[in-house]
Ligand binder design. Structure first.
Ligand code: ATP
Length: 369
């Protein structure tokens, strides 16, 4: 195994249908050696195409891919020291688990048959699938199949792991178990990994860093906590976190050295501090803005400033907390403690700290503050 298995995507572009579809658009990302990077975004954003280009299953229209110091852009898939794990497992149905796992080794190493079998046995043992070695894939459960697919990738000791939605065919509980399993293996082997998923929670919990794509374009790359706290734009703010960030359209009014944000329908106003007002004035001269506030940053209050009255539509209990659906704006949700249980149609007062406010450009969606 090479010591430095970085992955560098440099202005990567992939067009289909003679340029009518731009699946990946000028994507530049660097993955550090041993890093686990999740790639996430809505359906059609170019996640799989990106991964397939790194694997050598698609060739880029332009741009470069490097693994370590080597430019692999034009290198055949088989020459690349990468192992890919797919959603549908891609096991050979007529081969046993042993044969499936040994097959990749035969392609990529010059071990003897007995050495190959020994290495498969060691890996199978480590993954708790040694009892399955003589079984055929159709005798296995979904979770077992995915363990075998993982084992087949690991036994090759590749420089790079590529995962394409490997857990999406599994039920919720097994998915959580397998997430932990993959993280354990990655910690143990420290193999540089790119992991594609459409599930933002999976991306956030598993990734050392997370790459967010939309329409083939990079929206943001960063540690999950940074992306959550400081989304680069409205799309990322809404995509990361569950339930989604609340968005409200406001008009900017001035009162001396203070800025007051007034709902575009006049239903509430929120007075900013002197320092926040100054920062906002430095950031933008727009007189209409879109603000974002996360459900978990909204709280109920009976006194103080900046109280917003709202009517409760639905109370959705999730055990530890309640989601209150409020009529402040479209799909506005407050996540509050489970002992806060207002009646439907009751009017309650809520507020939030200005430090939890996200401010976006009303047209470009770019984060202003
Ligand atoms: P999903 O989560 O639905 O798999 P994705 O983010 O992985 O989506 P891609 O599969 O990479 O997205 O597809 C990106 C875009 O490229 C889509 O518009 C898709 O229709 C298009 N596309 C992908 N492969 C091809 C192909 N072989 N021929 C034509 N268009 C393609």
């Amino acid at each position: 195994m090479d010591t430095m298995a970085t992955i560098t995507l440099d202005s990567l572009r992939k067009e289909f249908d003679n340029g009518r579809i731009v699946a990946v658009d000028d994507l530049s990302v660097g993955v550090e050696d041993g890093e686990f990077i999740t790639v996430v975004g809505p359906s059609g954003c170019g996640k799989s195409t990106t991964l397939r280009m790194v694997a050598g299953l698609e060739s880029p229209t332009s741009g470069h891919i490097r693994i370590g110091d080597e430019d692999v852009t034009d290198q055949h898939a088989r020459k690349r020291d990468v192992a890919m794990v797919f959603q549908n497992y891609a096991l050979y149905p007529h081969k046993t688990v042993m044969e499936n796992m040994a097959f990749g080794l035969r392609m990529s190493t010059d071990l003897s048959k007995e050495e190959r079998r020994e290495r498969v046995r060691e890996t199978a043992q480590m993954m708790g699938i040694e009892d399955l070695l003589d079984d055929k894939p159709d005798e296995l459960s979904g979770g077992q199949k995915q363990r075998v697919a993982l084992g087949r990738a690991i036994v090759r000791e590749p420089d790079v792991f590529l995962f394409d939605e490997p857990l999406s065919n599994l039920d919720a509980k097994l998915r959580t178990t397998m997430r932990t399993e993959i993280q354990r293996l990655q910690n143990e082997f420290g193999i540089t990994s790119l992991y594609v998923t459409h599930d933002q929670e999976e991306a956030m919990t598993m990734g050392d860093r997370i790459v967010i794509l939309k329409d083939g374009k990079l929206q943001q790359v960063g540690r999950p906590k940074d992306v959550y706290e400081n989304p680069a734009n409205e799309f990322v703010g809404g995509f990361v976190g569950s339930p989604s960030m609340n968005f409200l359209d406001v008009v900017v009014e001035r009162d001396g050295d203070r800025v007051v944000l007034v709902a575009d329908d006049g239903s509430f106003s929120y007075r900013l501090s002197k320092s926040f007002s100054a920062a906002l004035r430095d950031a933008t001269h727009e007189d209409e803005l879109r603000i974002g506030i996360r459900p978990e940053d909204v709280f109920t209050a009976t006194e103080g400033s900046n109280l917003i009255d709202s009517t409760v539509g639905v109370v959705e209990p999730i055990g530890s907390d309640n989601y209150l659906h409020l009529d402040i704006g479209p799909d506005f949700i407050a996540r509050v403690a489970s002992d806060i249980e207002p009646e439907i149609d009751e009017t309650i007062s809520i507020t939030f700290d200005e430090s939890d406010l996200h401010v976006f450009h009303p047209r470009t969606g770019e984060t202003l503050l």
